[in-house]
Design a binder for this molecule. Structure first.
Ligand SMILES: [Zn+2]
Ligand SMILES: [Zn+2]
Length: 368
């Protein structure tokens, strides 16, 4: 295959391509990606489906306004092997196993030059603005190809990108907030919420409270497996949810609340259960503008609030690497993968995620 790639005489590959500005995507044959001087070509070994992929698949309002490039190969979470390197690539070699930081930045704007590269003004996102990873091969800028321990299971390695979001939510800035010995709530038990519980546990949080939107038996069980001390069904608890958590923290409320669902009720509860002077990280995306009492929630509570978008580049990748070096943590993260499907069954994977009966759905490069 190395040989064929180099010849580049109309070599085809399979990919999941969004060809029309409409619901779904199809398995198609397309050209293998072009090799640029500062990029590498990666043969995809494992990919996982992210909420963003589902939104693009569903062609919701966000996707309709956000996506410019059609046709587009979707997907962004992967592990794969470098099979070709561009002329200017110095940090990688053929045979290296990599995953992708999906925020592709210019390195020269105000944010990039002031240590906030993850919110670059001219950011392109893999699988959103440029061809993604649900394909046999993908091209990645060398800066975005994160070299993995070759012994790390590709399935787990493919989860490092969302795991970085979890780490960013827990530690929005180095040393800004102590987690060790503190009471923390995680609102929402989707894959990133689950990963967050595992991070908190490994980082030595005191009590970890997890809330799920209801009827998510699979996810609630996983929350326990991740090490949550109390897993609450938000629908059943209703108005009592905040009281239950306050009672379990000597009436003080939690030191840190991590909102991972985007549900309006959960955003309000995150502040209501917070101890004065505590911290909230907001990662969940709400479907529409929210109304809540800013005075009571933030100002009189002297709360610190972080918006979480992306992952600090590349501190969070080093933190994820450190966490994954621990056997216990690694096996927890692996257990979030509840389904493995061949890439050709990507539509089934999307349905599984929509049903909320899955943790992470992994796609393996089997096309026929
Ligand atoms: Zn993702
Ligand atoms: Zn920039």
């Amino acid at each position: 295959m190395f040989y064929i790639l180099r010849l580049r005489k109309s070599v085809d590959m399979f990919a999941v391509v969004k060809k029309r500005r409409d619901v779904g995507a199809e398995i198609a044959t397309v050209d293998v990606p072009e090799l640029k001087r500062d990029e590498v070509i990666v043969k995809v070994k494992a990919a996982s489906i992210c909420g963003t992929d589902v939104e693009i698949w569903n062609w919701n309002e966000w996707a309709q306004s956000r996506l410019k490039k059609i046709p587009l190969i979707i997907g962004h979470e992967l592990a794969g092997k470098v099979v070709e390197v561009g002329k200017d690539v110095t940090a990688l070699q053929e045979g290296d196993v990599v995953s992708a930081e999906t925020h592709i930045v210019d390195g020269t704007c105000y944010q990039c030059r002031t240590d906030r590269m993850h919110v670059c003004q001219n950011m392109e996102i893999l699988g959103v603005d440029r061809d993604g990873v649900f394909a046999e091969y993908v091209a990645l800028p060398q800066r975005n190809a994160w070299k993995n321990d070759p012994k790390l299971d590709p399935a787990v390695a493919s989860l490092q990108e969302p795991l970085g979001n979890a780490v960013q939510s827990v530690f929005p800035k180095d040393h800004i907030e102590d987690i060790a010995g503190k009471n923390v709530a995680v609102l929402g038990c989707g894959p990133i919420g689950l990963m967050t519980i595992a991070v908190l546990n490994t980082a030595g949080a005191a009590k970890v409270f997890a809330t799920a939107g209801g009827r998510n038996k699979v996810r609630m069980e996983l929350a326990e497996r991740m090490g949550a001390d109390m897993v609450l069904n938000a629908r059943e608890e209703g108005e009592d949810l905040v009281k239950t958590i306050r009672d379990a923290t000597d009436g003080n409320g939690v030191d840190v609340a991590l909102e991972m669902s985007g549900a309006a009720s959960a955003v309000r509860q995150a502040f209501e259960m917070l101890t004065p002077g505590g911290r909230v990280s907001l990662l969940g995306i709400s479907e529409r503008p929210l109304e809540f009492d800013l005075n009571a929630a933030v100002i009189f509570r002297a709360a610190t609030v972080y918006g979480i978008h992306g992952r600090r580049m590349f501190e969070t990748w080093y933190q994820v690497k450190g966490l994954l070096s621990k056997h216990d943590f690694r096996s927890k993260i692996a257990s979030i993968i509840t389904h493995r499907l061949p890439m050709k069954d990507v539509a089934e994977g999307m349905e599984l995620i929509k049903s909320k009966q899955a943790g992470k759905v992994l796609l393996e490069p089997k096309w026929e």
